[in-house]
Write a protein that binds this ligand. Structure first.
Ligand code: CTP
Ligand code: MG
Length: 251
């Protein structure tokens, strides 16, 4: 944007960074190493996720938020897999805390931020670039999402497995299941995190926090391979996707 850099096409693009929260334990996956460090076909999930970010044309910097007791292990892992230009910082108690700590590690010149779950290791590069492009084109907040396959019910929750009364059925055609990377103008995401820190009211995703600040959030097409590895069966699916990729593109 400065006079000196006007001739370089790279420099006029707003600088885009990816923050990868990877500090969760993975309780729903069952006992074992922290989820992001669990292997898919021999390679840790986090390595797959960081590679997807690093390969995106739009991304010039990756910040990984590691388990507090796993910073050195993550650093070594990324070096072993020749992903050296990645900043590693320790995470927090909740995903939201971890994202905030990742944002705090960004250099000042970063104008666009993608937040991507380490638990979505197989997101296609084109999805990453499409989200970044939509932010560059002027959207303050962008979420990749897919139509919902199942009909969704609202219930009055009950303890102990007792049948739960249904209180409503939202119109499925209006629902979307959202994925990551979610992309933001940096100032918009920073404002949302500052507000949550002040008012204490969280959200289950970053876009949810931004919605509360009143900025518009838009949806772009997600991808079925951007699914989140949450439960043991998801590991089976992820390894099958990798096997299919190896057959179709020799990767
Ligand atoms: N995450 C994080 N810091 C936390 C909790 C979660 O960085 N304190 C990250 C996870 O590592 C993951 C992403 O947020 O990449 C999405 O969270 P989720 O899928 O819920 O992962 P976990 O919290 O690890 O899993 P679980 O909820 O089953 O324990
Ligand atoms: Mg969790």
């Amino acid at each position: 944007m400065s006079m000196e850099s006007a001739g370089e096409s790279r420099a006029v693009e707003p600088r885009t960074a990816a923050v990868v929260p990877a500090a969760g334990r993975g309780v729903r996956l069952g006992p074992g190493a922290p989820k992001a460090l669990r292997a898919l076909n021999g390679t840790p999930m986090l390595v797959h996720a960081v590679r997807a970010m690093a390969r995106a044309r739009s991304v010039s910097l990756v910040v990984v938020v590691a388990p507090r007791d796993g910073v050195t292990e993550v650093r070594n892992l990324l070096d072993e897999h020749t992903l050296p230009d990645v900043v590693v910082v320790p995470g927090g108690e909740t995903r939201q805390d971890s994202v905030r700590l990742g944002l705090a590690a960004l250099p000042e010149d970063v104008e666009i931020v993608l937040v991507h779950d380490a638990a979505r290791p197989l997101v296609p590069v084109d999805t990453v670039d499409a989200v970044a492009r939509a932010v560059r084109d002027g959207a303050p907040a962008v979420v990749p999402a897919l139509p919902v396959a199942d009909t969704v019910k609202e219930v009055r929750p009950r303890e102990g497995g007792a049948p739960e009364p249904v209180t409503g059925t939202p119109d499925r055609s209006l629902l979307r299941a959202v994925q990551t990377p979610q992309g933001f103008a940096r100032a918009v995401l920073a404002e949302a995190h500052a507000r949550v820190a002040r008012e204490g009211e969280g959200a289950t995703d970053d876009a949810g926090m931004v919605e509360r600040t009143g900025h518009e959030v838009v949806v772009v097409p997600g991808h079925e391979e951007a699914f989140k590895v949450t439960r043991p069966l998801d590991l089976v699916l992820a390894e099958a996707v990798l096997a299919r990729r190896r057959v179709t593109d020799g990767f």
